[in-house]
Design a protein around this ligand. Structure first.
Ligand SMILES: [Zn+2]
Length: 344
């Protein structure tokens, strides 16, 4: 039993805005130590340089690792897995790992790589986030510069799949736990609505489409960082009755906490969480569960349809056992209905 490091996979075509999104995320990391693995090799070194030179405290040089040997899904065994192992074996391993893939990589084989035994026991996939270029889509293209995407493919001798760009795009959407619709400031309301309507049927049930401008996205939504007092939520909450109370308010998103008692049927609760996310405008649910008879607390983290749970550590002596779920979602979400569903 040990706490696992969450890893977030960020995919999307060259020019969609992944690097800007990551830079903004680092600037708002709230002291969290984040390591970056970058495989966006279209303009070799550029992404890494932008991020390395960013002067953000959360982003030390050694925390930015470029995989420049070609497509990440085609070099999983030679490049990705050894890099992950090195990161995990550090004296001070990162608290969160973010992997920026090129839009040419197939997300599924990369996600499967997290099942390698050396990685699986120490890392959990927090979520797959796909960044799409709303402006390009509105104009009938998948990427801002499709020729640059084609050139990127031609330049990679290790890339061994020939999927057409529309198929890659479908893969990215299919695999996504959250889709960031970037550059919405360049669209009028009708274009925005039409792009959203086109995308929604291509997403899995529970995957939310989150509009953003200039890659500005709350880090609590992106990574779950700051969504709760990560390690000590139950104790912190015991000081106040926070249930149903709004903790903080973003422009379009809100966070609230649902408290449950002891949970006798873990599987039934997990099922209810999945159903609640699919039925409501929820981006994330995270928290701890007091499972009847278990000496350890169950950690739960869900992003869209992806739900992780494992026993991360024993309840401490004197610690108040309890079940507290932090729900992050769209402002208009129906809290009463969500609370009711989660309580079962
Ligand atoms: Zn590949």
């Amino acid at each position: 039993m040990s706490q696992k490091i969450p890893a977030t996979v960020i995919t999307g075509f060259l020019g969609a805005g992944k690097t800007t999104l990551i830079r903004n995320m680092l600037e708002n990391a709230q002291g969290r130590r984040i390591a970056l693995i970058i495989n966006e090799f279209g303009d070799v070194g550029v992404d890494g340089e932008i991020l390395r030179g960013c002067g953000v405290e959360a982003c030390r040089d050694e925390d930015v690792i470029e995989l420049a040997n070609g497509c990440i899904c085609c070099t999983v065994a030679d490049d990705f897995v050894p890099t992950m192992k090195k990161l995990l074996d550090r004296a001070d391993p990162p608290q969160h790992i973010v992997i920026e893939t090129s839009g040419l990589a197939l997300p599924q084989p990369l996600v499967r790589a997290f099942n390698w035994p050396e990685i699986k026991s120490r890392v959990t996939v927090d979520g797959v986030i796909t960044v799409v270029d709303a402006k390009a889509l509105a104009e009938g293209r998948f990427a801002d510069d499709e020729e640059a995407v084609a050139a990127q493919r031609a330049a990679d001798p290790n890339l061994d799949h020939e999927n057409p760009i529309e198929e890659l795009f479908e893969d990215q959407l299919n695999c996504a736990d959250m889709v960031i619709l970037n550059k919405t400031d360049l669209l009028d309301a009708d274009e925005h609505a039409s792009v959203s309507d086109d995308l929604k049927p291509k997403l899995r049930s529970g995957t939310r489409l989150v509009p953003t401008k200039h890659g500005q996205m709350d880090v609590a939504i992106l990574l779950g960082v700051g969504a709760s007092a990560e390690d000590d939520m139950a104790n912190r909450l015991s000081n106040h009755e926070m249930e149903g109370e709004e903790q903080h308010d973003h422009d379009d998103f809100v966070t609230f906490i649902v408290s449950l008692g002891e949970v006798a049927d873990k599987a039934a609760l997990l099922k209810r969480i999945e159903q609640t996310i699919a039925a409501h405008d929820i981006l994330r649910i995270k928290g701890f569960v007091d499972v009847t008879g278990s000496p350890a607390r169950l950690l739960v983290q869900a992003v869209g349809p992806r739900l992780n749970s494992y026993f991360d550590r024993p309840w401490k002596t004197g610690e108040r056992r309890g079940t507290e779920l932090v729900v992050i979602g769209e402002k208009h979400m129906d809290r009463e209905a969500i609370t009711g569903l989660l309580r079962g």
